[in-house]
Design a protein around this ligand. Structure first.
Ligand code: T1G
Length: 707
C-alpha cells in the first residue's frame, strides 16, 4: 500500500481505494499499490473478497499519459500493466471492480481483470486509446472481445468512443448496476459472490468465434476506419490486435498487442495526438487570468441576428440548457432563422444525434423576439449580425443602453476590430469577441478575442463557458483576422497562386486532402461562400501594399457571380444536392487570366502545393506568436485542428513544423522567399528558433516558465 492506494476493511471485505487525483491515472506507484493490496487481501484469513474503487470523481481514466511522453522522449520502455492484471485475475479471493465516472483505457483493462464489475448508472467505460494514436496495451484487445464479443470490441477499440454503464450491462461487460451508494452496493455484491467460482476473463473464450466467422467483421471495420478515421494508423492496429487474438492463446494475443502498441506509441501520429490531448487542456490556462478568477454566472443569454451564425449560436446555448432570446429586425427574418434551427434539429434527430424529446426541450429554450425589451434580464449577449462595422457599432450602442451593468457583450465578428466595436459602448471592459465557426452548433472551436479593455472576469467567464457549451475556447489577441483567419489568408493565397501558376483546382485540393486536411482550400472556399472573403478584401483593398502580388482568380470568379455552393458554381460546379464536379470552364478562365497577367505556366508537384500552403500557415503563425496574439504555439495547433480541419494526427501546423524540423521548414521558406518575394519573408521568431536550434514546443515551455 502507499499514499496512492488505500486499503480498508468492511468486516470480511477488503476495500482497495485508488486515490491519485484528478482522474486516478495509473501513474507509477498505483499498480504497485494495487498489487500489494491484493496480496494483503489474499493473506488475510478473515477476508472473503475484495472491492477496488476509485476515490473522487472517477474510477480510473487510464494509464498516465504523461509517462508516455517520458518514454518516447527517452526511448525507454516502462513496465506494462499486464503482470498486475494477471495477478488480480489469479487472486484466490474474488475481486469486484466498482466503477463510477470513467473506466477508460487502462482503467477498463484493470476492471476487466477483476472477476466481477459493478457500476453506477452514470458511469462510462471505453478504450479511447486510438484518440492518442495508440491501442490498448494491457490486454484490452484480448479481454474485451472475451466479455462482449468481437464485433462490439472492434467497434470500441477502433472507434475509441465510450459506452454508458447501461449499455455495458446489456453487453455483459458489467454484472450489476448500483443505484445509490456505489461502495455499499459493491461490498454487498462482493459478499454475495464470495465463495463462488471467480471467473477469469482470459479464460472466457466462448464469445471469440473463429477467424472465418470474424473475417467479415474485421473487413467491415477496416473499411469504416479508412473512411471515418482517414489517415489514422491506430484504429487499423487495434483491429489487427484483436484479430491476432482469434485462434491464438491469450499470451500470444497479448504479445501481438504489445508489439502493435509499441509501434504506435513511438510513432509521430501518437506523439502528435498526445500533444493535442494536453494542448486542449493547456489552452484553458491564461497566465494573467488565474483559474480562481471569479466567473460571471451565465444563466440567460440573448443572440442578436438569426442568420446562419446567429441561429447556430442560439442552438449551442439551448443545447447546454441555457434559455436564449433570439432577436432579429422583422418577422420574416425571424421566421427564416427559426425555420433553419428547426431544420437543423430535425436532421440531428434523423442522424440519431438527439432524441425528439431532447429537441422539443431545446426549442422551448429559444425565444424569438423583435425588440430589446427583455434584454435587461440577460447575463450575456452574442451579437451575430452582418459583418459591417457601422451596423455592429449601432447594435453595441443599443446593447449598452438596454443591458444591465455586469452583462457580457460579445461579438461573433470574424475579422473586425474588437476595440473599435467596444468603443461604441460606455463599458469596453464588458466587450469581448466570441468567434464561433460555421456551423456553430457543430464546430468545436471558439476563438475568444480579447480586446484591450476586456475584463478578466469576462475572459474567465467565456473560457469556462466554452467548456459548458461543448466547445474548446482559445484566447487570442485582437489583430486583423485574429489567429485562425489571419493564418488562413496566406494559406488560401498560396493555393490561388498555385492555380494561377498552372496547378489544377482539384490537384491543389487533392494534395492537401492527402496531407490530411478535412477539405481542400478551394472546396472550403466554395462551402463558406467565396463572396464572404471577396467582400472583406474589397473593404480592406486600401490596406494592400502596392507592388505586392495579390491573387486575382477568386475575385474574378466572384465578379461573375460564382460564389460557390450557394450559387451552384465557384471553383467547382455543384449539382442540386451540392455534389462537386471539376469545372473545365474555370481552368480555361484562369489560364487566360494568367496569360493576360504574364504568369508563366508550369507543372507543379503535390509536394510543392503542400509545402507552400502549410508553410504559409507556419510562417504566419510564427509572426502571430512573436506579436503576442496567440499565447502559445499549441494554441494555434488547437485552433487549426478544431476550426480549420487540420489533421490532429499531425498535431497542428506548429507541431507539424517541429516534427518536420524547423531547419528544413525554414530552408524551404527561404527558397520560396527567393522565388516569390516579400510575402515569404521568414518570420523573425522562426529564424531565431532555427539559429538557436529550438522548436516551437520549447518556445512554449519558455513562455510558460516566463509567465
Ligand atoms: N493521464 C494523465 N493525465 C490525465 C489523464 C491520463 N490518462 N487523463 C486526464 N488527465 C489530466 C488532464 O490532463 C487534466 O490535467 C486533468 O487530468 C483533468 O482532465 C494502458 C495505453 C477522464 C474524461 O485516453 O478523456 O490507458 O489540465 O480536464 O474534462 O492500454 O480527462 O488539470 O493539469 O480532461 O473531467 C487512456 C484521457 C490512456 C482518457 C475527464 N485514457 N482522459 O475529463 O477532465 S492510454 C484516456 C480523458 C491507456 C492502456 C492505455 C478525460 C476524462 P490538468 P480533464 P475532464
Amino acid at each position: 500500500m502507499n499514499n496512492l492506494v488505500r486499503v480498508t476493511k468492511d468486516n470480511d471485505v477488503t476495500i482497495i481505494t485508488i486515490d491519485n487525483p484528478p482522474v486516478n491515472a495509473l501513474s507509477p506507484g498505483v499498480p504497485e499499490g494495487i498489487s500489494a493490496a491484493i496480496d494483503a487481501a489474499n493473506s488475510d484469513p478473515g477476508v472473503k473478497a475484495a472491492v477496488v474503487i476509485g476515490a473522487g470523481r472517477t474510477f480510473v481514466a487510464g494509464a498516465d499519459i504523461k509517462e508516455f511522453i517520458k518514454m518516447t522522449s527517452s526511448g525507454t520502455r516502462r513496465a506494462t500493466l499486464l503482470p498486475l492484471l494477471l495477478h488480480i485475475e489469479d487472486s484466490g479471493k474474488p475481486v469486484v471492480m466498482a466503477i463510477h465516472g470513467q473506466a477508460f483505457g487502462g482503467g477498463l483493462e484493470l476492471a476487466m481483470a477483476g472477476h466481477y464489475r459493478v457500476a453506477s448508472p452514470t458511469a462510462q467505460v471505453g478504450q479511447p486509446e486510438v484518440n492518442l494514436g495508440i491501442i490498448p496495451g494491457a490486454g484490452g484487445t484480448q479481454r474485451l472481445p472475451r466479455l462482449i464479443g468481437v464485433a462490439k470490441a472492434v467497434e470500441m477499440c477502433a472507434g475509441g468512443k465510450p459506452i454508458s454503464a447501461r449499455e455495458a450491462a446489456a453487453l455483459g461487460l458489467t454484472d450489476q448496476l448500483i443505484e445509490g451508494d456505489l461502495l455499499l452496493g459493491a461490498v454487498a455484491f462482493a459478499r454475495e459472490i464470495a465463495g463462488k467460482p471467480a471467473p477469469k476473463t482470459r479464460e472466457r473464450t466462448q464469445k471469440l468465434g473463429t477467424s472465418v466467422e470474424n473475417a467479415p467483421i474485421f473487413a467491415a471495420a477496416r473499411d469504416t476506419a479508412c473512411k471515418k478515421q482517414r489517415g489514422l494508423k491506430a484504429p487499423l492496429a487495434a483491429i489487427d490486435a484483436i484479430e491476432a487474438g482469434i485462434g491464438s492463446s491469450f499470451d500470444e494475443g497479448c504479445q501481438a498487442e504489445a508489439k502493435l502498441f509499441t509501434e504506435c506509441l513511438f510513432s509521430d501520429q501518437s506523439k502528435a495526438l498526445i500533444h493535442v490531448f494536453f494542448g486542449e487542456r493547456e489552452v484553458a490556462k491564461i497566465p494573467d487570468v488565474p483559474r480562481e478568477t471569479p466567473a460571471i454566472p451565465v444563466n440567460r443569454v440573448a443572440v442578436v441576428g438569426s442568420g446562419t451564425m446567429g441561429g447556430g449560436i442560439a442552438m449551442v446555448f439551448a443545447n447546454a440548457g441555457i434559455p436564449v432570446l433570439l432577436k432579429d429586425v422583422d418577422e420574416a427574418a425571424l421566421e427564416l432563422g427559426m425555420g433553419k434551427i428547426r431544420k437543423n434539429y430535425a436532421s440531428s434527430v434523423q442522424r440519431g444525434r438527439f432524441t425528439q424529446a431532447f429537441v422539443d426541450e431545446r426549442l422551448k429554450l429559444i425565444t424569438p423576439v423583435l425588440n430589446y425589451d427583455a434584454f435587461s434580464d440577460v447575463d450575456m449577449v452574442v451579437e451575430a449580425v452582418f459583418e459591417g462595422m457601422a451596423l455592429k457599432k449601432t447594435v453595441f450602442a443599443d446593447l449598452d443602453r438596454v443591458c444591465r451593468r455586469g452583462a457580457i457583450l460579445a461579438t461573433n465578428t470574424s475579422t473586425l476590430n474588437i476595440d473599435e466595436i467596444a468603443a461604441a459602448t460606455s463599458r469596453p471592459e464588458a466587450v469581448i469577441g466570441t468567434h464561433f465557426f460555421s456551423p456553430a452548433n457543430v464546430m468545436r472551436l471558439l476563438e475568444i478575442v480579447r480586446g484591450k479593455k476586456s475584463g478578466k472576469e469576462v475572459i474567465a467567464t467565456c473560457m469556462q463557458l466554452s467548456k459548458k457549451l461543448g466547445k474548446i475556447g482559445v484566447l487570442v489577441g485582437n489583430c486583423r483576422g485574429f489567429v485562425g483567419n489571419r493564418m488562413f489568408g496566406p494559406y488560401r493565397r498560396e493555393a490561388q497562386f498555385l492555380i494561377e501558376e498552372g496547378a489544377e483546382v482539384e490537384a491543389v485540393d487533392q494534395a492537401l486532402a492527402e496531407f490530411g486536411m478535412a477539405m481542400g482550400p478551394m472546396a472550403t472556399g466554395d462551402l463558406a461562400g467565396l463572396d464572404v472573403g471577396w467582400r472583406i478584401r474589397k473593404e480592406y483593398r486600401h490596406l494592400e501594399k502596392p507592388g505586392i502580388r495579390q491573387p486575382f482568380a477568386e475575385d474574378r470568379l466572384c465578379e461573375m457571380g460564382r460564389y460557390g455552393q450557394k450559387t451552384g458554381r465557384g471553383w467547382y460546379r455543384y449539382d442540386e444536392s451540392r455534389r462537386p464536379s471539376n469545372d473545365p470552364e474555370v481552368s480555361a478562365l484562369v489560364r487566360k487570366w494568367s496569360a493576360d497577367a504574364g504568369i508563366p505556366q508550369r507543372q507543379i508537384s503535390a509536394e510543392e502545393i503542400v509545402d507552400r500552403c502549410i508553410y504559409a500557415l507556419v510562417n504566419e503563425g510564427a509572426r502571430i506568436l512573436e506579436e503576442g496574439y496567440a499565447l502559445r504555439a499549441v494554441d494555434i495547433d488547437i485552433i487549426y485542428i478544431n476550426g480549420y480541419g487540420f489533421p490532429a494526427y499531425r498535431g497542428g501546423p506548429m507541431w507539424h513544423a517541429d516534427t518536420v524540423g524547423l531547419q528544413k521548414v525554414y530552408q524551404r521558406i527561404c527558397e520560396f522567399h527567393q522565388q516569390h518575394g516579400e510575402l515569404w519573408e521568414p518570420a523573425p521568431l522562426l529564424r531565431r528558433l532555427v539559429e538557436t536550434g529550438k522548436t516551437f514546443a520549447e518556445f512554449d515551455k519558455e513562455q510558460v516558465a516566463a509567465a
